[in-house]
Design a protein around this ligand. Structure first.
Ligand SMILES: Nc1ncnc2c1ncn2[C@@H]1O[C@H](COP(=O)(O)OP(=O)(O)OP(=O)(O)O)[C@@H](O)[C@H]1O
Length: 488
């Protein structure tokens, strides 16, 4: 398996990015765990400031892929239900090596089967049943696998690494590179849990702060870490002999590839590996440029894509309320709360400042309110979401930091206190879908209420309606009878 194609692809990609600026890459230190390629929504807030509905645009939250991924991992303890089909592109279409229905069929080592069952897994998830036979095949095959967050990718490549190592050989055989310190620790925990009954296999973390004495040769078979430290351990300090590596995993490949510094370091590691080293790329999302890039750098790969389940608006009733200012919006909110029983609600604002103000006002009205915004540590955010999920608070006021992926079953109402707009002030339809997709989960009925406070926001609302081809009804929040009618 040629490794040079990676380097060549990188050079081409970098040249292309330089000339057309298509990658929007932004380097970020790996140490703080708040990573890459952030979409700065402050410009959206700036736009809204221009509209006069929000001051304090500069303190808006940033969407952050690595932080979001870590947050998802911290709050998720179940597999995401996915009924969609897997798309498999195999090197050898006649190969019988795909899709097993049980862990036994994979002929895993008994110690690993024990580990899997000990973690409460009864059967492989879709990505696992498809990817594992390919990853465990002989001779080793390369793989690019994309499957939405929470579908069991980590468990899949961890099993592959644990299956491939030879515990009698006391040197590193598998390298796994993660975009941040915290994500590396999370994946390491899965390796530790799954390898619990296989104590001969050892793991070491190549992360900042883990200082080894010069001249040491690692005895552990699996090394998990961030690209910078991993590279130093392979080249500068020579703790690892890269020529002995059998499996190279790029976890969260989308975050990694989209981050210039990580990309360079990963490539430099990969260039040191032997030609027959198995390369595994796992990712929740692949933007097209990144996807094309990944395909070019992994020689002769199998490709698995598990499409994201489309969120639909069919089960969600959508309304809008006309107001003049944020105080009127707040009053409208109080009227809605006065008229209908709301199990749990999520309220989205543009800026932290508005979110903080609104949370304070709602608390004064006697509501149990949680506030979630981007300046909080990921662990703090996870704790807030847990409390909300446990029903300890009934209202969650947040910014876009909470728009994606967070699944709280009892949320029956989503309120867009501010409509989502992109950095140019255009409707952000995707964020709208993600936000109101917090309600109406798994076929349940949900309610979404949009606050409109200017001509501009009315225009945005109209464009959202057009985009989804779905009517958003006007609601008069001074009319209690009318509000009562909208209750689910
Ligand atoms: N076969 C399985 N059966 C039951 N639970 C599983 C199975 N595989 C994984 N899980 C659990 O499902 C959750 C999500 O799995 P995992 O973290 O592997 O997903 P992922 O696709 O790697 O997510 P991300 O994209 O966020 O990294 C974890 O809590 C994990 O323990």
């Amino acid at each position: 398996m040629a490794t040079d194609s990676w380097a060549q692809a990188v050079d081409e990609q970098e040249a292309a990015a330089e000339s057309i600026g298509n990658l929007q890459i932004k380097e970020k230190p790996e140490a703080n765990g708040t990573a890459a390629n952030a979409t700065d929504s402050s410009s959206a807030a700036a736009k809204s400031e221009a509209e006069g509905d929000n001051k304090g645009a500069d303190d808006d939250d940033k969407e952050d892929k690595a932080a979001q991924s870590l947050l998802n991992k911290l709050i998720r303890n179940n597999l995401v239900n996915n009924t969609n089909q897997v798309e498999v592109l195999q090197k050898d279409p006649n190969s019988p090596l795909y899709s097993v229905k049980s862990f036994e069929e994979l002929r895993l080592k008994p110690q690993l089967l024990q580990g899997v069952y000990g973690m409460g897994f009864n059967r492989p998830s879709k990505i696992q049943e498809t990817a594992l036979p390919m990853m465990l095949a002989e001779p080793p095959q390369n793989l690019i696998a994309q499957s939405q967050s929470g579908t069991g990718k980590t468990a899949a490549f961890v099993l592959a690494m644990l299956s491939h190592v030879d515990p009698n050989n006391k040197y590193p055989q598998c390298l796994c590179v993660s975009p941040t310190y915290e994500l590396a620790l999370q994946t390491g925990k899965v390796i530790e849990q799954m390898g619990k009954h296989y104590p001969e296999v050892k793991l070491v973390y190549a992360i900042r702060g883990n200082k080894l004495q010069r001249g040491v040769k690692l005895q552990e078979q699996i090394v998990i870490g961030t690209p910078g430290t991993m590279l130093d351990w392979c080249s500068k300090f020579k703790f690892i002999d890269p020529k002995k590596i059998k499996v190279f995993v790029l976890d969260e490949a989308d975050v990694m590839i989209a981050t210039q510094g990580h990309q360079d370091q990963s490539i430099r590691i990969q260039r040191m590996l032997p030609k027959n080293c198995q390369m595994l790329l796992f990712s929740a999302t692949f933007e097209e440029t990144v996807w094309n890039f990944a395909q070019r750098i992994v020689p002769d790969p199998n490709i698995i894509k598990l499409k994201r389940e489309e969120e639909t608006l069919d089960t969600i009733k959508q309304y809008y309320v006309l107001c003049n200012c944020k105080e009127e919006k707040f009053q409208a909110l109080c009227n809605i709360y006065g008229a209908i029983t709301i199990a749990q609600a999520m309220i989205f604002c543009h800026t932290r400042k508005t979110a903080g103000w609104l949370a304070g006002e709602l608390s004064r009205e006697g509501h149990q309110v949680a506030l979630l915004s981007g300046e909080m540590q990921v662990e703090q955010r996870a704790a807030v979401i847990e409390r909300f999920r446990d029903g300890k608070e009934k209202v969650l006021v947040t910014t876009n930091v909470c728009a994606r992926g967070i699944d709280v079953e009892q949320v029956s109402v989503v309120i867009n206190f501010d409509l989502p707009v992109d950095k140019d002030g255009n409707p952000d339809n995707e964020t709208y879908l993600h936000r109101i997709g917090r309600t109406g989960r798994f076929g349940k009925r949900g309610l979404a209420i949009n606050m409109v406070d200017s001509k501009m926001s009315m225009n945005i609302l109209n464009r959202i309606q057009e985009h989804f081809n779905k009517k958003i009804e006007k609601l008069d929040t001074d009319d209690l009878d009318e509000i009562e009618k909208i209750a689910c």
